[in-house]
Design a protein around this ligand. Structure first.
Ligand SMILES: [Zn+2]
Length: 231
């Protein structure tokens, strides 16, 4: 059996409600990571996600590389997104039970890494339950200790852009590769995954409903989708 927690980054977007409708139809729970500016821009879409079962975590306010800004700027990015999310949960009338965080680009802050992990721990951020993830590299890279939410498999569908030469076929090739250069093989037996997908209207324009094309393949492989849980 392959188990997976689906995470979707960079919400909100025009296609967020359609993604939510698809996930509800397929009964796939989701942990979404909000880009604060996008939540302000696509406010109704973000409210729709919250009211329809998505758990929403913090993905910073302007989505910078944390290794390229000061520690104080990092904290401001996190705090500003927190306040946007507090307002969103309150307006939606949904209780905020957890505070997961994901670094933009998975950039953990370079030489500020330890400082940022301590900040997340000291300020009540939630560590996603990763106890089912047994890949040796997960522990070797210290990901089992980090408070932020990393991933085991990145669909990389955000590379589908005009002129990039990267297509949905390339996404499928990666999904079926049993010997990936990094991360875990998606369809290896007894896998346990944190899946990374994005809510991007730019991808939607080139591949309408890309998320359903990708996730239908996981459903066909009988992947069991788990609810977000925290330690
Ligand atoms: Zn992102």
């Amino acid at each position: 059996m392959i188990r997976a927690l689906l995470t979707i980054d960079d919400i909100a977007s025009r296609n967020t409600p359609a993604i939510i409708d698809y996930l509800q139809d397929k009964q796939i729970p989701v942990l979404m990571f909000a880009w604060g500016e996008n939540v302000e821009r696509y406010h109704d879409e973000a409210i729709y996600a919250l009211k329809n079962g998505a758990v929403i975590g913090n993905h910073s306010y302007t989505h910078p590389h944390f290794s390229e800004i000061s520690f104080d700027q990092c904290v401001k990015e996190i705090e500003k997104c927190e306040s946007v999310l507090d307002g969103l949960y309150s307006e939606a009338g949904v209780e905020r039970r957890c505070r997961p965080f994901r670094f933009p680009y998975g950039d953990k802050g370079g030489d500020k890494k330890e400082l940022l992990q301590k900040y997340l721990a000291d300020h009540g951020f939630s560590k996603v339950d990763d106890t089912g993830i047994t890949y040796p590299w997960w522990k070797a890279e210290g990901l089992d200790k980090d408070i932020d939410t990393f991933w085991t498999f990145d669909f990389m569908e955000y590379n589908i852009r005009p002129g990039s030469g990267f297509t949905l076929d390339n996404v499928f090739e990666r999904m079926h590769n049993l010997n990936p250069q990094s991360g875990a093989a998606l369809f290896e037996d007894d896998g346990c995954h944190l899946l990374l997908l994005h809510a991007h209207d730019e991808t939607e324009e080139l591949v309408p409903m890309y998320y359903s094309k990708i996730l239908d393949e996981l459903i066909a492989k009988e992947v069991v989708f788990e609810k977000p849980a925290f330690l």
